[in-house]
Write a protein that binds this ligand. Structure first.
Ligand code: NAD
Length: 462
């Protein structure tokens, strides 16, 4: 049992932001060496406290240690190490040319920090989705206020301990709490707003950012479809889809939400998917799969499961474990197809006419990710060009989002803005244009009176 979250009124946010602004003005965070030194401290602590983090993630979500290690600890460390390796290069000013009539001149682009950034994180990957934007914001030279999710209190407490040891609060501070604290943050003025979570709450952060005329990144959710072509190998496709769908009990924003399968291959697909679930979860389902985060999500998910669903094991009201579930004969009207599932339930919809299905997907809100399985390049490209999404993975799922060399983010209803690796550094900095000139005579200066200078100018600037 973790300690209760602090009272939101205990935080003097105004004083904290004043202190962060003063610290930013004083200039330490502008030095790349300083940023790297602080990030190295964070790296050391993450390694030292990795077992504590795994314990916290188990307490919050019953995450299997393997899943927690790979997706939260290792992934955060991998990004941190990439940033440490590349930061000096990314932060170097980039020389650009000048029009000849500016001669002599030197121009360059400098990536500059915005100032103070707010990062609001969700509960499903509470460590990774807090640390990834935080690493990027610090790497770019900002000060940070991080609010982890109240629904993962043990992870929130552990993050607070680690971050308080790694940074001074004028540089990076953690504030713990739920919507009440969130509302207080919305009243403050930040230079960058970074929000991950639901669309409904995301709008509040976008409005607050607009009030302070500050840029905002919204990492939201949605229903990520899987489209199977009639030539896709069934066994291999099933193995890839199922492994990822049930990771973290389906509580992954880019998890496959539902699968469209050609009707003549539907039976083979369902048979392979059922066999996969039995093999993966029949023995020790509760050891190998996370729990649902809280009672309201647990009850919401149970309402999405029809009686004819295929289920491996039983649900557990106490731990909020939901047995892995397939809805083999699903359709567009069933409850699971009316909202983002965000749980271990996979509807499989047989289809006859691919054009009809693609038209329907095109009219739905743009998802974070689109997954297409086929041996035919023209089919893969045709689906990708008809359905807008934040990212695409052909013949697998989630790989596009775990490659730190690719940017991550949504489009339309699934969000705006990008981060991860260099994309994160770019997000938390702006490109400042700098031109320097010298005091020698200007050979090309055009000044009034203009007289007949236009005709001479035209010859020069054709
Ligand atoms: P949520 O919107 O309930 O909470 C996210 C954060 O907002 C939390 O820190 C919470 O305390 C805060 N918050 C909640 N209500 C608030 C209010 N009224 N005012 C101010 N702040 C408030 O979202 P969630 O349930 O934690 O996350 C689930 C959703 O997030 C899903 O839709 C999922 O797809 C999406 N998600 C997206 C990504 C991504 O990277 N795009 C990652 C994870 C989750």
């Amino acid at each position: 049992m973790s300690a209760p979250l602090p009272d939101p009124h205990d935080y003097d946010l105004k004083a904290l932001l004043e202190a962060q602004r003063a610290y930013f003005r004083q200039g330490s965070t502008r030095k790349v060496a300083f940023r790297k030194e602080r990030l190295r401290g964070l790296e050391r602590l993450l390694v030292q406290r990795s077992d504590d983090l795994l314990e916290a993630l188990h307490a919050d979500l019953g995450k299997p240690a393997l899943e927690a290690y790979v997706s939260e600890v290792y992934f955060s460390l991998a990004e941190l190490r990439l940033v440490l390796k590349k930061l000096t290069t990314w932060a170097k000013p980039k020389r650009v040319g000048n029009p000849f009539y500016y001669w002599p001149a030197r121009s360059e682009i400098r990536n500059e920090p915005f100032g103070n950034a707010l990062i609001v994180a969700p509960w499903n990957y509470p460590v990774q989705l807090s640390l990834s934007p935080l690493i990027a914001a610090v790497a770019a030279g900002n000060t940070v206020v991080l609010k982890p999710s109240e629904h993962a209190p043990a992870s929130s407490a552990m993050l607070t301990e680690i971050i308080t040891e790694a940074f001074n609060p004028q540089h990076v501070a953690v504030v713990e709490g739920g919507p009440e604290l969130g509302k207080k943050l919305l009243e403050q003025s930040f230079n960058y707003w970074f929000y991950t979570g639901s669309e409904q709450v995301g709008r509040l952060y976008a409005e607050a950012a607009a009030k302070s005329l500050a840029p905002v990144t919204l990492e939201l959710g949605g229903k990520c479809p899987v489209v199977i072509a009639d030539d896709a190998p069934v066994e291999r496709s099933v193995e890839r889809i199922m492994t990822t769908k049930f990771f973290n009990a389906g509580q992954t924003c880019i998890a496959p939400d539902f699968v469209l399968v050609p009707s003549h291959r539907h039976e083979a697909f369902v048979k392979a998917a059922t066999a996969f679930l039995k093999c993966a979860y029949a023995e020790e389902p509760k050891e190998n799969m996370a729990n649902i985060v809280n009672d309201s999500h647990y009850k919401r998910l149970q309402k999405l499961i029809p009686v004819e669903a295929t289920r491996i094991g039983d649900d557990d009201d106490e731990t909020h474990f939901i047995a892995p579930t397939l809805i083999p004969y699903s359709n567009w009207e069933c409850p699971a197809m009316q909202e983002e599932i965000f749980g271990p339930i996979l509807p499989i919809i047989p289809y006859h006419d691919i054009d009809e299905e693609l038209d329907r997907l095109r009219r739905m809100p743009s998802p974070l990710a689109l997954y297409v399985f086929s041996e035919r390049q023209d089919f893969l490209e045709a689906v990708a060009s008809r359905i807008q999404s934040g990212s695409v993975c052909f013949n697998d799922v989630i790989k596009q989002a775990t490659n730190l060399k690719l940017p991550f983010g949504g489009v339309g209803h699934s969000g705006m803005g990008r981060y991860r690796g260099k994309a994160g550094f770019n997000t938390f900095s702006y490109e400042r244009a700098i031109t320097k000139r010298w005091f020698c005579k200007d050979p090309f200066l055009v000044k009034p009176p203009y007289a007949d200078k236009l005709s001479r100018l035209r010859k020069l600037m054709k």
